[in-house]
Design a protein around this ligand. Sequence first.
Ligand code: HEC
Length: 108
Amino acid sequence: MGFKVFFVIAGCSLSLISAEQKDVKLFFQRTCAACHGLDGSARGQNGQKLPGRVLSDVRWQGSKKDVDLVNSILKGKGGMPSFQSQLSEKEVETLVAEIIRPLAARKK
Ligand code: HEC
């Protein structure tokens, strides 16, 4: 009896955690980096040019509001597909704040 209660509670908190947010870093590495590069340089591991735009450009980032970037990622833009079926708005906001913005902070 005691055991059963424990497992029910443990199961609930686990599903709460996974429902909360995707690992946006992993998502970036697996999905976005194919076009933008792991460091946002739009270059692959052998230095080859990738199809995405350079995300690590400090001046370009400075010209963009978070909401613009979030909208482009959710709705898609030019050669970039829409991601709204894979990521929630909240997840994209986290992705912009924790992954995209720090790419520009890095000195090139
Ligand atoms: C199929 C290649 C491809 C993939 C995958 C891709 N992008 Fe892009 N991305 C592009 C291209 C091309 C542009 C330039 C679009 C334009 O300005 O016309 C772009 C532009 C952007 C921009 C700038 C948007 C703006 O408002 O100027 C951001 C931010 C961005 N991508 C983030 C991401 C993130 C985050 C992911 C993963 C969730 C991702 N991209 C996946 C190709 C891609």
